[in-house]
Design a protein around this ligand. Structure first.
Ligand SMILES: [Zn+2]
Ligand SMILES: [Zn+2]
Length: 291
């Protein structure tokens, strides 16, 4: 990795949701690693939609504390590290959206729009596409009769619907659904490319930035960035800006495997990535950085 190159880390989780480290530890680590900016992106609260706490989302009762703590860190680190207040907002069709009032009211610096949850139509319990393998298999069998192709389509449909609804700045882990499906013969490569093209088209039209997320590698769950090289090649065709993120759940992963992200972007013929530098009049501002 080029030493002069600037990086940010704006997809991170702390003890406010399912991360292991607190806000200050994340700031100190980002500063020590000479990052240009650090954004906090707690999973938006979801207990109302689930009817229970999820164990990995910010709890409703902690929202004010989260905002206050991140804003205090922003003040404290001013001049040393650019700190941003964000959310990774869940999208669940008809149930949860980045446009929900409780989210827009916070006036966040940025929002990552992410789909995780699947709510099976047969009423079996909802689960997430990045659950552990056993939970995913249970949901797949109970909710979808073992048809993983269906899950893939529902996941990609959800992202297209989310993009069309809007209310966020960055498309989160665009092919997260592959995590529990790859290598299981569930996957139709041609269909996948078609669906990914639909997502890229929608994202380009919406003026979104797409993240290149190393979280699966950092957590040793998968050997690949989200989105994969083949998807990134499609994204490149549509000239969509990309930002490198770690989805860090521990301070030590704050810029984990960014070298792999850079190498993958080079293979997809990207010449630059972008850094979030703030929001002006409701619009995210990005700075280009050469690869
Ligand atoms: Zn996520
Ligand atoms: Zn995340």
């Amino acid at each position: 990795m080029n030493k002069q190159q600037l990086f940010t880390s704006i997809h991170t989780h702390t003890t406010f949701c399912d991360g292991k480290d607190d806000v200050e530890t994340m700031c100190r680590t980002a500063y020590e690693k000479k990052l240009f900016g650090l954004g906090f992106s707690a999973h938006s609260p979801i207990e109302k939609q689930l009817g229970r706490e999820s164990g990995w989302n910010l709890r409703e009762k902690d929202v004010d504390k989260y905002v206050t703590e991140v804003l205090a860190a922003k003040e404290r680190w001013h001049g040393k590290l650019n700190v941003f207040l964000g959310y990774e907002a869940d999208y669940i069709k008809g149930r949860r959206s980045p446009l929900d009032n409780d989210i827009t009211a916070l006036n966040l610096d940025y929002i990552i729009g992410s789909a995780h949850y699947l709510f099976p139509e047969n009423g079996t319990p909802p689960f997430t596409v990045d659950d552990n393998a056993d939970e995913f298999e249970r949901g797949l069998l109970e909710g979808f009769g073992g048809n993983a192709q269906k899950i893939m389509h529902i996941y990609y449909d959800a992202q297209i619907e989310m993009i069309q609804e809007g209310g966020f700045d960055i498309l989160g882990h665009a092919d997260l659904v592959k995590k529990n499906c790859q290598g299981k013969n569930y996957w139709l490569q041609e269909t996948e490319a078609e669906r990914q093209r639909e997502i890229a088209q929608a994202a380009a039209k919406a003026g979104l930035v797409i993240e290149v997320n190393t979280g699966g590698i950092n957590r040793k769950k998968i050997n690949d960035v989200y989105p994969s090289l083949s998807f990134l090649r499609i994204i490149r065709e549509y000239n969509i800006p990309v930002t490198i993120t770690s989805d860090a759940h521990r301070a030590q992963d704050i810029n984990g495997n960014y070298d792999i992200a850079i190498e993958t972007l080079k293979l997809a013929d990207f010449k630059e990535h972008v850094l979030f530098i703030g929001k002006i009049n409701g619009k995210a501002i990005w700075q280009k950085e050469k690869i």
